[in-house]
Write a protein that binds this ligand. Structure first.
Ligand SMILES: [Mn+2]
Length: 322
């Protein structure tokens, strides 16, 4: 549980502010989207202007969340006096690293996160970081409760969505008794659980399934227990799929009993390769692995991006330098 003093400080900052900017992380996921919208809703209900901003598009599975259309893709810093990063492990993840330097100099910058390695605490004025929380949404819940916010069905749906996403539908080892208590409270308050399950992991287009098929067909398991596969730009074209359709396939790859660690390499159109890492093993920390390549994430789920191209030679795939 995060200290009450931090909640007090943050609430005091919000109460003095006129317009708050909430930053989501790059490649936005269900937790950053839902948590940010929950915080923005809270602020608006208190009469404080609040906007959410993200670099890039919000993936389709999260479009059911009310208010997604209002999320901006750019902003003018001059419009805001307080900036909050939600669920962002480091400056790069905010998508606006250069502007963040300016923000830290001239604005109150608040860091709300649950990542194991959070580097923003070095530059943020106030840090609300709880590494024991399953999701940023769990921290936002604690804050809302502290602030005496009215939690209606919409708010409960945001919180439960964030938790549901970051725990893989309550399947990952980050689920605690606290997580389940919050989830159960959200249900009691009218969270739309069927909409959450249907949207976040319920539907797959035929393009996505074809793409998953390609990744599964190429899966290899090394003797040391590394299960890996790849997807190229050509695969996306052939399947008429988008990069976001690949999300989740690495979890399936990591479900093989002998896999200690699973990696999916996905070619980006810009000559880079995005690697997604998962593990179900308590002995493996994939975030540490990802950091070797300049990436980051959680113990169980992490990622990194490297320059290069995926090439096939005599039936084996490898990475050629870009
Ligand atoms: Mn998260």
């Amino acid at each position: 549980m995060v200290m009450v003093k931090t909640f007090e400080k943050i609430l005091a900052v919000f109460e003095k502010s006129e317009r708050v900017l909430i930053l989501l992380h790059l490649y936005p996921d269900g937790d950053t989207v839902a948590s940010s919208l929950a915080l923005a809703t809270f602020l608006k209900r208190r009469g404080i202007l609040a906007d959410c901003a993200v670099r890039g598009e919000i993936p389709k599975p999260f479009h059911f969340l009310p208010g997604v259309d209002s999320i901006r893709h750019d902003f003018l810093l001059g419009d805001y006096d307080v900036v909050v990063a939600v669920d962002c492990g480091d400056a790069q993840r905010t998508g606006f690293p250069v502007r963040l330097e300016q923000i830290c100099k001239s604005r109150t910058f608040i860091n709300i996160d649950h990542h194991n390695k959070n580097n923003l605490h070095r530059i943020a004025k106030i840090n609300l970081v709880d590494k024991g929380a399953s999701a940023a949404a769990e921290i936002i819940w604690d804050f809302l409760k502290f602030a005496g916010a009215e939690i209606d069905s919409k708010m409960a749906t945001y919180i439960l969505s964030g938790i549901y996403f970051d725990t893989g539908g309550f399947q990952h080892s980050n689920v605690t008794t606290r997580t389940l208590e919050v989830a159960s409270d959200c249900l009691r308050l009218g969270a739309r659980i069927s909409a959450i399950t249907a949207n976040i992991n319920g539907t797959k287009t035929s393009s996505a399934l074809k793409l998953w098929g390609m990744a599964l067909k190429r899966m290899r398991i090394s003797r040391s227990g590394i299960a890996s596969s790849i997807l190229t730009q050509e695969d996306l074209k052939v399947c008429r799929a988008k990069a976001e359709d690949a999300s989740g396939v690495v979890n399936l790859i990591s479900s093989v009993p002998q896999a200690k660690l699973a990696i999916l390499f996905l070619e980006n159109p810009d000559g880079k390769i995005k690697a997604s890492l998962r593990t179900d093993s308590v002995k493996v920390d994939v975030a540490q692995f990802a950091r070797l390549f300049g990436g980051g994430g959680h113990k169980k789920a992490a990622g990194f991006t490297i320059e290069g191209k995926l090439v096939e030679k005599t039936g084996k795939w490898g990475i050629a330098e870009g």
